[in-house]
Design a protein around this ligand. Structure first.
Ligand code: ADP
Ligand code: 5GP
Length: 206
């Protein structure tokens, strides 16, 4: 059986650069797969169903949640978001790494189910820079921007529940840090007990 893949969970305030970092991570690391979430929110310009999100109606989402088809789900800024279970489990079981870009409520549900996951909280260099980035993205109404910025201070305190904090100052540097974290995690003793046993049994290891 393949060694299970690593589940990487990225969270952070809206506009901090999670999506941007995720994209860079996927480009740099072919073994990492992105889990496309389901959401009831309206697509933004340029967003594609099945690529950015699975855009579903509220009733459909509720049915998925009721049928245990979601690994986690949460209401964020007035919309529902959730991680489809089957795809993630299949990937992990076949040895592929999976990245989830989800909010802190969802991340804590995942932590309870996958304590061996790697939980990374991404912070902006400052609140002013965060406000600048959300405005620059131009995807949100003024009301939505205020809602997102208003909850930042409270949200950031949840970083204490994660394993790592990465400041997204420069995209390349932040992505490189996450790659280094994943690489170190792969060398953890508890993920390599089979290798230790194989060597002690005089077998060669990969
Ligand atoms: P999130 O997914 O966390 O909501 P995005 O990835 O959509 O955030 O990024 C929000 C905006 O900030 C985008 O316009 C993106 O291009 C920009 N951005 C992301 N990372 C950086 C960075 N390190 N420096 C400057 N701008 C950034
Ligand atoms: P956005 O609407 O800006 O794409 O995302 C809003 C928030 O929802 C972000 O914090 C994002 O991480 C979170 N989110 C996206 N997908 C999921 C998911 O599947 N589950 C949970 N719990 N949160 C999600």
């Amino acid at each position: 059986m393949a060694r299970p893949g690593i589940l990487i969970v990225l969270s952070g305030p809206s506009g901090t650069g999670k999506g941007t970092i995720c994209k860079a991570l996927l480009q740099n690391c072919p073994n990492i797969n992105y889990s496309v979430s389901a959401t009831t929110r309206t697509p933004r310009e340029g967003e594609v169903n099945g690529v950015n999100y699975w855009f579903v109606k509220k009733e459909e989402f509720q049915t998925m949640a009721k049928n245990n088809e979601l690994l986690e789900w949460a209401e964020v800024y007035g919309n529902y978001y959730g991680t489809p279970r089957k795809h993630v489990e299949q990937l992990l079981n076949s040895g592929k790494d999976v990245v989830l870009e989800i909010d802190t409520q969802g991340a804590m549900q995942i932590k309870a189910k996958f304590p061996q996951g790697v939980f990374v909280y991404i912070v902006p260099p400052s609140i002013d820079e965060l406000a600048f980035r959300i405005n620059k993205r131009g995807s949100e109404s003024q009301e939505s921007i205020e809602k997102r910025l208003g909850s930042v201070q409270y949200e950031i305190s949840s970083a204490y529940d994660y394993n790592y904090v990465v400041v997204n100052d420069q995209v390349e540097a932040a992505t490189a840090k996450i790659e280094a974290i994943i690489s170190a995690e792969k060398s953890r003793v508890e993920r390599n007990t089979d290798r230790i046993e194989a060597i002690s049994n005089r077998c060669s290891v990969s």
